[in-house]
Ligand binder design. Structure first.
Ligand SMILES: NC(=O)c1ccc[n+]([C@@H]2O[C@H](COP(=O)([O-])OP(=O)(O)OC[C@H]3O[C@@H](n4cnc5c(N)ncnc54)[C@H](O)[C@@H]3O)[C@@H](O)[C@H]2O)c1
Length: 247
């Protein structure tokens, strides 16, 4: 199937991590060029070099407005365009509700929610005048159900990402830009290192498909949403969770 992504330019945030890395590789596999962005700039630059394409690695903190702008400027100055934004940067916390500090709360919202907003806002400044673009955000099952293994700060930030994505869809749709959200369930990445083993086993047992998902399975959905094959999918959230939660 031709996804129509050949020659397109994308930004993937959190691209040194499990899901972001799979998204970056999958987009390159479809012929796109990618700004590989991560807080870990060394890893981002190393990853960008591994596929021998025109990709560029950038160290950036998505919670910083100047860094968000710099990612978009990098896409435009390197590739002359920005067609796709995928926001995978995120931090996980499982702190029990009564011990979440105000600093932890602010830190989680800053990366997961404000970071998604800042990069999307910067991207739309370029996409809207061109009248085309695709934004795919990564929220979480936790934002739909409340935290199972995750803490309230994380779950609330991810529910915010869903609402933010729907708001972007309302604003940007009339300008020819699609915006959608992916809600992963439990996906086998370093982020699960923060999960208590017992909670992990119970959650897998409660998953109808009986296993964890892979980063590639999330990336396959992201690529579809970023492509011409999902041209009338808009303001949606797509669950990639093995049936753990259906709505
Ligand atoms: N793994 C799961 O089970 C799961 C489930 C639901 C949602 N998600 C979401 O998927 C996304 C990717 O998670 P993952 O599982 O690949 O985790 P990961 O920890 O492997 O990757 C996250 C990446 O984000 C980067 N990052 C963190 N803070 C950043 C910042 N301020 N600026 C830029 N980059 C930053 C990290 O350096 C890391 O490379 C996250 O938003 C996460 O919340 C993951």
């Amino acid at each position: 199937m031709d996804y129509g992504l050949a020659g397109k330019a994308a930004i993937v945030t959190g691209a040194a991590g499990g899901i972001g890395l799979a998204c970056y590789r999958a987009l390159v596999g479809e012929g796109a060029s990618v700004v590989v962005a991560d807080l870990d700039g060394t890893a981002a630059i190393a990853r960008a070099g591994e596929l021998g394409t025109t990709c560029v690695g950038v160290g950036a903190d998505v919670a910083n407005a100047d860094d968000a702008e710099r990612l978009v400027e990098t896409a435009v100055s390197t590739f002359g365009r920005l067609d796709v934004l995928v926001t995978c940067a995120g931090v996980f916390h499982a702190t029990p509700f009564d011990t979440i500090t105000a600093d932890e709360w602010d830190g989680v919202q800053a990366v997961n929610l404000k970071g998604t907003f800042l990069v999307a806002q910067a991207a739309l400044r370029v996409m809207i005048p061109r009248g085309t673009g695709r934004i795919v955000t990564v929220a979480s099952l936790a934002g739909q159900t409340g935290g199972i293994g995750a803490g309230a700060s994380y779950a609330a930030s991810k529910a915010g990402v869903v609402a933010l994505t729907k708001s972007i869809a309302r604003l940007a749709g009339p300008h020819g830009i699609n915006a959608n959200c992916v809600n992963p369930g439990l996906i086998e990445t370093p982020m699960l290192d923060g999960w208590p083993q017992e909670a992990l086993e119970q959650t897998i047992a409660a998953t109808p498909l009986g296993r964890l998902g892979t980063p590639q399975e999330v990336a396959d959905t992201v690529v579809w949403l970023a492509s011409d094959r999902a041209s009338f999918v808009h303001g949606a959230h797509v669950d990639v969770n093995g049936g753990l939660y259906t709505n």
